[in-house]
Design a protein around this ligand. Sequence first.
Ligand code: CP
Ligand code: NVA
Length: 300
Amino acid sequence: MSARHFLSLLDLPSEALENLLVRAIELKKRLKAGQTHAPLSHKTLAMIFDKSSTRTRVSFEAGMIQLGGQALFLSPRDTQFGRGEPIEDSARVLSRMVDAVMIRTYEHDNVTKFAEHSSVPVINGLTDLYHPCQLLADMQTWLEHRGSIRGATVAWVGDGNNMCHSYINAARQFDFRLNIACPEQYSPKTAVLKPAGERIRLVRDAAAAVEQADLVVTDVWASMGQEQEADERLGVFKAYQVNESLMKLASKDALFMHCLPAHRDEEVTEGVLNGPQSVVWDEAENRLHAQKALLELLMS
Ligand code: CP
Ligand code: NVA
């Protein structure tokens, strides 16, 4: 199938990603100036959510409306996806009816399989492996606050999860250094880590990762689908909390990001989350603008 998909940050060349961020900032300005911009008039985005969402759902839905189109929310509870209709069949059928499909699910392979059988663009709205749309918003937020991220040092503190994997891909695409601090058994996957080469430094000590970092990022210790491990993880990750004393080790003007939802006093303290270095609310807002730029790129 010839449609252009966005299943990971590696699906677009670096230059296209950079242009997308510039476009996102432009679309944000236009929206705030009250200008109408409807290049996706009469176009439809289907959104399949196997996991919960606030930001992803609302940003895609509002984004499609603002661009002149419509979004359909599909949950496994009341569609045939939840009753075992093969992914290939769902992909063939949906792509004959809509202009793009966004999927949030567990196994990344299922999104890949869907994309293989879809004649319209497929967007990864989070899998167990990656969360590329969040990285568009994070990179836009950095660009707005600090300019180019090339050569900067980012510290990832916590679980080597889907967000961490997307940060590794971002380090490759946007050319920054990434220090990852996580417990050994929660390290990112080698298959994701290895191609990123020497840009990535994997350590066990949060302080060592954060020292002189320009951006500190964390995420929940138990992701969706890992609820039954939450108690055990609380103990293992204790030393990986991003708090005021950890932030003091970062560079003086370091920023703090978190994809949200945040668990206060677990992976981050209230003081950091709402402190002067935090840009989490801009980051959340930018999901809307960055994804509008993505929809425009893939659908128009
Ligand atoms: N950050 C993020 O993807 O949030 P939601 O789970 O609310 O979509
Ligand atoms: N790592 C988290 C991100 C939520 C937006 C999860 O997968 O649940």
